[in-house]
Design a binder for this molecule. Structure first.
Ligand SMILES: Nc1ncnc2c1ncn2[C@@H]1O[C@H](COP(=O)(O)OP(=O)(O)OP(=O)(O)O)[C@@H](O)[C@H]1O
Ligand SMILES: [Mg+2]
Length: 278
């Protein structure tokens, strides 16, 4: 309050302010509607993705999760709704514009160029970036996945599934995004590999990036997430704290069961947070 306080504030204490710009801008998906084959597969979906947090999106097969992701990324048309990054509208922009605005999408299924090396696959992801940004982004991605540093000259087709997923995640991270939408982190990966990826996703969020994590293994997603949404039949059926779903798995089961799905859609939790092997 006092002038002395403000004038005398030059101190040795480390600054509390983050290095980057002001924190707090969320990525807000509002009232999204997506049609596929003349049918609404995403209906009035609203999701808030906070910076520096993992937000989980759960839901059974066919819920509309991937369709929503592709529409946010500018790949599928949005019939209605908005995608706000702070005050900025990103809906219906071209995929490169959305990415340049700071939203990186990791679509379902891995898409590396198999004949190219790891290094070349990373270059493909940085080619539209300025040289310094590409360099910094690449260094940051390799810091998160040191394994890849030793595999730079390996052809993508020779990598294990887990290594391929690391390259896919690294491709998204090289542009140093503010938000990252990951559709099916653990698809086709062995539990031990998923365990390797979990701390990296946590580090990504701790670095300030807002992560929307779509994940078939509810326990993996809920173990990482602050907030969670459950989607079914194109709609959001639940939104709340991930902790609530961790403590009351019946909430999740009832959401999955609403339209007659079997409880098998939600693998039983295990101590590791991953489904039992075998
Ligand atoms: N190419 C397509 N053309 C027409 N309809 C599609 C197409 N792809 C998916 N759909 C339909 O859109 C709906 C939503 O599918 P989507 O793949 O978005 O769900 P999802 O929640 O990602 O499911 P999963 O958990 O299996 O990945 C489903 O009814 C699906 O059959
Ligand atoms: Mg999907």
């Amino acid at each position: 309050m006092s002038d002395e306080a403000s004038q005398g504030s030059v101190s040795d204490a480390p600054s509390q302010a983050p290095a980057g710009d002001a924190p707090g801008e969320a990525l807000s998906l509002r009232g999204l509607v997506v049609e596929r084959g003349n049918r609404e597969v995403v209906r009035d979906v609203s999701i808030e993705i906070a910076p520096g947090e993992v937000t989980a999106l759960l839901g059974p097969n066919g819920a509309g999760k991937s369709s929503m992701v592709l529409a946010v990324g500018g790949v599928l048309p949005l019939k209605a709704g908005s995608v706000m990054l702070g005050e900025r509208e990103l809906a219906r922009r071209r995929p490169e514009r959305i990415r340049h605005a700071g939203v990186a999408i990791v679509p379902e299924g891995r898409r590396l160029l198999p004949d190219l090396t790891v290094d070349e696959n990373l270059r493909v992801a940085t080619y539209s970036l300025k040289t310094e940004q590409a360099k910094a982004g690449r260094a940051r991605a390799l810091e998160l996945f040191p394994e890849l540093g030793k595999r730079l000259t390996t052809q993508a087709s020779a990598l294990s599934g887990g290594e391929q997923q690391m390259v896919v995640l690294a491709q998204a991270l090289v542009s140093e995004p503010r938000f990252m939408i990951i559709d099916e982190l653990s698809l086709g990966l062995a539990p031990v590999v998923v365990q390797r990826l979990i701390p990296t996703i946590r580090s990504v969020a701790e670095s300030g990036i807002g992560v929307l994590l779509i994940e078939q293994f509810a326990t993996v997603a809920l173990g990482l997430a602050n907030r969670a949404y459950v989607m079914e039949g194109g709609r959001i059926l639940y939104s709340g704290h991930a902790q609530e779903l961790r403590e009351k798995p019946e909430l999740l089961h009832s959401a999955y069961l609403l339209r007659g799905k079997t409880s098998g859609a939600v693998p039983a939790p295990t101590e590791s947070g991953l489904p039992a092997a075998g």
